[in-house]
Design a protein around this ligand. Structure first.
Ligand code: NAP
Length: 291
């Protein structure tokens, strides 16, 4: 198939390389064009704009940062909407606002272009290994057409409902994981203050009911007080904004999410916005007198 891939950051490089390796014809574009080189070296065509990347493509994947970025890539003057053929499918895999997603799908629909929202979980490891969890919203026929491409990038691909449902599912994912990051930071800080061997503690807990992806993959960051990417604090903070806005619309109480969002405000203000989100541990360590 002819695939366009827009957004070659922490996640997009691995995802686009996997599509390329599966034998598809891929054209790529990134705002900072330098980042296209790694994928072009493996055989992708470089496009000067999302519009050019979309010309002739059957599927266009977007993996950029935030809602305004997806709007620019999809609907902007040099956006996908001006290059994509009728019947083509935009799969937005970024994490953005469900309401903005529905509006974009409407604008694309007027030009005969389909849209799926397909945000992901699983980090750069999942992106590189093709093992992401992908939560998809949109029309069933479009989902069926896109599935072979989604299955290259993910191990669990679930059609959860109509357009926007993928983004709401991802908001739920971020609500749940924010509590996990916070409680992993709290528990591990307690262990350090008690003078325990933390590698042994993590191994012991990972065998039981409190095991989690966060503890397994990011717990050691809190122990070392070093937070390599990963997933930026700024991006997680953006996701919690989406969750809190959606909760406001639906009249839902999210106390832990609101608390973690406030901790992240402080991390960003202190210059840690580009750390991995496990840097929530910084706040707990500092408050506990470890640093
Ligand atoms: P990232 O490293 O910041 O990469 C985003 C990429 O999109 C950058 O290369 C950026 O280009 C490009 N971009 C932004 N606006 C653009 C535009 N208007 N035109 C063309 N390219 C544009 O972010 P990421 O970590 O890969 O995350 C991407 C999305 O996936 C986000 O919505 C994030 O919330 C979500 N996500 C991330 C993870 C994770 O663990 N990292 C996990 C799940 C979901 P520049 O270099 O010019 O800025």
């Amino acid at each position: 198939m002819k695939i366009a891939f827009i957004g070659l950051g922490t996640m997009g490089v691995g995802m686009s390389l996997n599509i390329l390796k599966a034998g598809h014809e891929v054209s790529v574009h990134n705002r900072t064009r330098e980042k296209e080189k790694a994928v072009a070296k493996e055989g992708a065509r470089r496009a000067v704009s999302p519009r050019e990347a979309a010309e002739g493509a059957e599927i266009m994947v977007t993996m950029v940062s935030d809602t305004p970025d997806v709007e620019e890539v999809v609907l902007g003057t040099d956006g996908i909407i001006h290059g994509a053929p009728r019947g083509a499918i935009v799969i937005d895999m970024s994490t953005i606002s469900p309401a903005a997603t529905r509006k974009m799908a409407q604008a694309l629909g007027q030009k005969g272009i389909k849209m799926l929202d397909a945000p992901v979980s699983g980090g750069p490891e999942g992106a590189n290994n093709g093992t992401l969890a992908i939560m998809v919203g949109g029309d069933s026929d479009d989902f069926a057409k896109a599935l072979p491409i989604l299955e290259i990038m993910g191990k669990t691909v679930t059609h959860v409902g109509p357009i926007g449902a993928g983004q709401i599912t991802k908001a739920i994912n971020q609500i749940i994981i924010s509590g996990t990051y916070l409680s992993v930071a709290e528990g591990l800080t307690l262990g350090m203050k008690a003078g325990l061997d933390m590698e042994k503690v993590i191994a012991a807990i990972n065998g039981g009911a409190a095991s989690s992806w966060v503890l397994h993959n990011r717990g050691i960051n809190v122990v070392n007080n070093d937070y390599p990417l990963g997933f930026r604090v700024k991006l997680h903070h953006k996701d919690l904004g989406i969750a809190l806005q959606t909760a406001r619309e639906l009249e839902v109480t999210l106390p832990v999410t609101a608390f973690v969002e406030q901790i992240e405000n402080g991390l960003i203000a202190s210059g840690y916005g580009d750390d991995d989100v496990s840097a929530i541990g910084r706040a707990i360590r500092k408050q506990s007198g470890l640093d």
